[in-house]
Design a protein around this ligand. Structure first.
Ligand code: HEC
Ligand code: HEC
Length: 283
C-alpha cells in the first residue's frame, strides 16, 4: 500500500466517524433540550416530531426553535395552527449555536426516513396506557416536596413558583404559576419536564445529585392534579400576580392623587403664562 492510499483511508475513516458523531450529537442535543416535551412517534406535551422536516420546511423549523412565539405573533399560518391545537402552550425559545443546531436539524431530518413501527417501539406505548394512580398520601408528600425537603438537596419549588391550594405557602413569582399546570400538561408532561428540565434555571437546580427521584416526581404530579381540581374555576390570587397587580395599581393611583393635591394651585399659573403675557404687553 502506498502513502497516498493510506492517507485516503485515514481521511475516509475520519470523515465517517465524524459523520456518525454528528448524527449522535444531534440525538444528544434533542435528548437534552427537547425530549422533556417531544417524542418521536407519539405526542407528549408538544407534537410528535417524527418527520417534522418534510411536513414543514427546514427553514421554518429553525425559525420555530429560535422563536416560536415571534412566529405566532407575526401570524405565520402553520405556527398559529399548531399553537391553537396545543391550547396556546408556549414552547421556550432555544438559543442553540451553529454546530448544535445543524446536528439537531440533521437528526430531525433523519427521523422521517425511519419506519414508524421502529420508532413506535422505542416510544414505549405501554407507558402511555398504564393508568397512573395518585393516593392521598402522594398528594400530602407532593405538597411537602413543593415546599422543600427534596432528597437531593435541590431548592424548594415554591422559591420560584406559586401553586394555590390549602396548606401551601404563597410562592415565588420568578416563574409560572403552577396551580393549573396539570390541566395543561398531564402526568407525562410534568414527569418529562421534571426528569430533564428544559429551562436553564431549573436544569441547573436539579441536575446531578440534586436530580428528583421518581417518587418525588410522582408525588409532585399528584399534588398538581390535586391543586388543579381543587382550584378549578377559582382565580388563583394568594401570592399570585393578581395580588401584585391590585396593590401595584392601587399604590399608583394613591401616589398620583397625592401629587395632584400637592401641585394644585402651583400649576395654575405657569411660568410660560407669565412670559406670554409679558410678551403680549410689549407688542
Ligand atoms: C416545554 C416544552 C417544550 C420543549 C422543551 C420543546 N418544545 Fe417544541 N413544542 C412544544 C409545544 C407545546 C408545541 C406546540 C405549540 C406551540 O408551541 O406553538 C411545540 C411545537 C414544536 C414544533 C412544531 C411542530 C409542528 O408540527 O409544526 C417543532 C418543530 C418543535 N416544537 C421543535 C422543538 C425542538 C427541536 C425542541 C428542542 C430544541 C423543542 N421543540 C422543545 C413544547 C416544547
Ligand atoms: C430557580 C427557579 C426555579 C425552581 C426552584 C423551580 N422552577 Fe420550575 N420553572 C422555572 C422557570 C424559569 C421555568 C420556565 C417557564 C416559566 O417562566 O415559568 C419553569 C417551568 C416549570 C414548569 C413548566 C411550566 C409550564 O407551564 O410551562 C413546571 C411544570 C415546573 N417548572 C415545575 C417545577 C417544580 C415541580 C419544581 C420543584 C421541584 C420547580 N419547578 C422548581 C424556574 C424554577
Amino acid at each position: 500500500m502506498n502513502k497516498v492510499s493510506t492517507l485516503y483511508i485515514i481521511g475516509a475513516m475520519t470523515l465517517l466517524t465524524g459523520l456518525s458523531a454528528m448524527a449522535q450529537d444531534g440525538e444528544a442535543v434533542f435528548k437534552q433540550n427537547c425530549s422533556a416535551c417531544h417524542k418521536l412517534g407519539t405526542r407528549l406535551v408538544g407534537p410528535d416530531l417524527n418527520g417534522v422536516i418534510g411536513k414543514r420546511s427546514e427553514d421554518w423549523v429553525r425559525k420555530f426553535i429560535a422563536g416560536s412565539q415571534t412566529m405566532v405573533k407575526a401570524g405565520d399560518k402553520d405556527a398559529v395552527a399548531i399553537s391553537d391545537e396545543f391550547n396556546k402552550m408556549v414552547m421556550p425559545d432555544f438559543a442553540l449555536t451553529g454546530a448544535d443546531l445543524t446536528a439537531l436539524i440533521g437528526f430531525l431530518a433523519s427521523t422521517g426516513q425511519q419506519t414508524t413501527t421502529a420508532i413506535a417501539t422505542t416510544a414505549d406505548p405501554q407507558a402511555a396506557v398504564a393508568p397512573i394512580v395518585y393516593t392521598d398520601e402522594d398528594v400530602v408528600r407532593g405538597r411537602a416536596y413543593f415546599q422543600g425537603g427534596l432528597s437531593g438537596g435541590g431548592p424548594a419549588c415554591v422559591s420560584c413558583h406559586n401553586a394555590t391550594g390549602e396548606g401551601v405557602i404563597p410562592g415565588g413569582l420568578l416563574a409560572k404559576d403552577l396551580t393549573n399546570v396539570f390541566a395543561r400538561m398531564g402526568h407525562a408532561g410534568i414527569a418529562g419536564i421534571l426528569g430533564a428540565p428544559p429551562f436553564p434555571a431549573m436544569s441547573s437546580a436539579y441536575s446531578g445529585t440534586a436530580a428528583l427521584t421518581d417518587e418525588e416526581v410522582h408525588s409532585l404530579a399528584a399534588f398538581f392534579e390535586h391543586t388543579d381540581k381543587a382550584m378549578a374555576g377559582q382565580v388563583a390570587v394568594a401570592g399570585g400576580q393578581t395580588t401584585m397587580l391590585i396593590w401595584g395599581s392601587t399604590g399608583l393611583v394613591v401616589i398620583l392623587a397625592l401629587i395632584g393635591i400637592t401641585w394644585k394651585g402651583r400649576l395654575r399659573r405657569s411660568v410660560r403664562h407669565e412670559i406670554d403675557s409679558r410678551q403680549l404687553r410689549s407688542i
